[in-house]
Design a protein around this ligand. Structure first.
Ligand SMILES: Cc1cc2nc3c(=O)[nH]c(=O)nc-3n(C[C@H](O)[C@H](O)[C@H](O)COP(=O)(O)OP(=O)(O)OC[C@H]3O[C@@H](n4cnc5c(N)ncnc54)[C@H](O)[C@@H]3O)c2cc1C
Length: 275
């Protein structure tokens, strides 16, 4: 099958092309789309790219970092302002994949992929779409369209106040670049020793990466002590619908999720002695 490549000067032009041709697909880094092409996927025959620098920029905007959807994992790793996202970016595939895999593409990668997106959710990520509208990432993912016409141009995230506020844990069977059994990310700001504006997200534990609202509620306003951690771990299943796939069964994921969330929270508490 021959593929037509269309390069557009802006996201709105690209959105028009996608809307007018249901056999067109937006092309990020191509780590998944090229695989589909090579495997003979007949559902599309046109790829659409955007030649707009905004897609490739990482900008500081006060408390926020604005990341172009076309920025790759390697691009993030080499950017000084994005180092709080380094553990999440480094968790995506091996070096060759990271050189091509984009932040925008990660939002659309099917489970169990989406490790980087899990981190973005925990940092209150907001997606900007081609028409300039914005939507919280967690909501966007819940309604993630299969119509192939939405283009994300940028994602903004809240920068953690300090290095020990943001925590990321990817659990995989093959180190260092295996596919996720599950991924957790947590932003745990503290004021006067109490957790404030907590965000916790999980990847590979539902059809898309999700916010863990029940876990957040168990943590909010509390000190990060043994009792709070057990209360949070006790509701881990409330927000999740773990899938079965080639990596792990739903049963296994549900069994080990409390263990790994506890591990992340204990690490964040800095008090391992009581456990
Ligand atoms: C060997 C291998 C290992 C991998 N390991 C991991 C891993 O460890 N963790 C992980 O999370 N993922 C992994 N992936 C999946 C994938 O590489 C990443 O999720 C990557 O971020 C996808 O981005 P991309 O730019 O390559 O997407 P593409 O292949 O370009 O596109 C994927 C989908 O996203 C859509 N899309 C891309 N950009 C946008 C945009 N800006 N707006 C709207 N739609 C868009 C495309 O239309 C397409 O439907 C792996 C893939 C491979 C092949």
């Amino acid at each position: 099958m021959s593929i037509t490549s269309v390069i557009c000067p802006s996201a709105s032009d690209a959105a028009r092309v996608l809307a007018s041709n249901n056999r067109a697909r937006f092309f990020g880094g191509g780590t998944l789309l090229m695989r589909s092409i090579n495997e003979g996927d007949q559902s599309f025959d046109t790829i659409v790219r955007i030649n707009d620098p905004i897609m490739m920029q990482i900008q500081n905007a006060g408390r926020q970092l604005i990341i172009g959807a076309g920025v790759t994992m390697s691009g993030l790793l080499s950017n000084r302002d994005a180092q709080f996202l380094a553990s999440a970016a480094r968790s995506v595939g091996g070096p060759a994949i990271r050189n091509m895999a984009t932040v925008g593409g990660n939002l659309f990668a099917p489970s169990p992929y989406g490790d980087f997106t899990t981190a973005l959710i925990a940092l209150d990520g907001i997606a900007t779409l081609a028409d300039g509208s914005t939507v919280p990432l967690a909501d966007f993912l819940l309604k993630r369209k299969n119509d192939h016409t939405s283009i994300v141009t940028q994602i903004s995230v809240n920068r953690p106040n300090s290095a020990d506020e943001f925590h990321f844990l990817k659990v995989s069977r093959v180190k260092p670049k295996g596919i996720a059994v599950m991924t957790f990310a947590a932003c745990l700001p503290r004021q006067g020793g109490r957790l404030q504006n907590v965000r916790v997200a999980a990847g590979a534990m539902a059809p898309t990466p999700v916010r863990m609202v029940s876990v957040e509620q168990a943590l909010e306003g509390q000190g990060l002590d043994a009792g709070t951690i057990e209360a949070a771990v006790g509701v881990v299943s409330h927000d999740l619908a773990a899938p079965t796939d080639a990596i792990a069964t739903s049963w296994y994921r549900a069994e080990v999720a409390p263990v790994h969330l506890r591990r992340l929270l204990i690490g964040a508490s800095g008090h391992t002695g009581g456990y």
